[in-house]
Ligand binder design. Structure first.
Ligand code: ARG
Length: 286
């Protein structure tokens, strides 16, 4: 009896070991192990998203007309230019969009941590970011401008003039990088959200905000007593927008995903829809 039990336990143990051995060897050959340097078979990110039926989109919805909150049919929604674009990206992949709304400076961290599949946030594909993530083709190009209080439109003539002013920028943006690193302004006010910057300008706590032109155009309509400056200062660095995608690695290959996004962007540009979407977003944001 005792022996029988022992034998049975042993047999069960061998069976379990066999199963584990079997499944682990299968696992390492099909999902290519977690070794990033391995060039073995890989999981396609695009297929993962299709299987999930959902494209998880990271954004920072305080950047109208790119993305902002709006109550539509009694429901709070994220709308705007990037929403038009990403709905088409998802449509072409046959999946639906799910948003993760967060601070702009947290977006690439969320992408790296796989909390989102893609970031659309009017994000400029600059060299620094390209070291850590991949970008789609650029889907929109805008200029950067200075926003000042009304009556001060002509005070900024050259970028050096900004050094004598209290400058405000959104934290973690290319505009923040421009004023701190290119112009060497170390005491710029850096806030997480564009609307907070507008209030600081209205209250006289800062003299000028450097931001994208489309964003400026909407905000000067929304907030009294502010205007776009008559200067090209800020525009040395154009505000381009591209979708950010996590680099391939750890057995996951993003190639077909990036291609699918680029195909959609090309379709929207060729048809003229891309420009229409910006016009529609500007209207929605008013
Ligand atoms: N284009 C700038 C950048 O990439 C600003 C983008 C800010 N976007 C936003 N959703 N707040 O840094």
């Amino acid at each position: 009896m005792k022996l029988k039990k022992l034998l049975a336990t042993g047999l069960a143990a061998i069976m379990v070991m066999g199963l584990v051995g079997c499944s682990s060897s299968k696992g390492s050959s099909s999902s290519a192990s977690s070794d990033a340097s391995s060039s073995a078979a890989k999981t396609e990110k695009l297929q993962q998203i299709k299987d999930a039926g959902v494209l998880k989109v990271g954004t920072s919805a305080e950047y109208s007309p790119y993305e902002f909150h709006k109550v539509v049919d009694g429901e709070d929604k994220i709308v705007g230019f990037d929403d038009f674009v990403v709905q088409e990206i998802a449509k072409d992949m046959g999946v639906k969009v799910e948003y993760e709304d967060m601070d702009f400076d947290g977006l690439l961290g969320a992408l790296q941590a796989d909390k989102v599949d893609i970031v659309l946030a009017g994000m400029t594909p600059d060299e620094k970011r390209k070291k850590s993530v991949d970008f789609s083709d650029i889907y929109y190009t805008n200029s950067n401008v200075c926003i000042v209080t009304k009556g001060k439109e002509d005070t900024i003539k050259k970028s050096e003039d900004l050094k004598d002013l209290k400058v405000g920028v959104q934290k973690g943006t290319t505009q923040a990088d421009y004023v701190t690193n290119t112009l060497g302004i170390s005491d710029a006010t850096q806030l997480k959200k564009i609307p907070d910057l507008m209030l600081e300008l209205q209250n006289g706590k800062i003299d000028v905000i450097v931001t994208g032109k489309a964003v400026a155009e909407i905000n000067v309509k929304k907030y009294d007593n502010i205007a776009i400056g008559n200067t090209t200062v800020g525009d040395e660095v154009a505000e381009t927008a591209a979708a950010a995608i996590k680099k391939s690695g750890n057995g996951v290959d993003n190639t077909s995903f990036v291609k699918s996004v680029n195909d959609t962007i090309k379709r929207l540009q060729d048809s003229g829809d891309m420009d229409k979407y910006m016009q529609e977003a500007l209207k929605l944001a008013e």
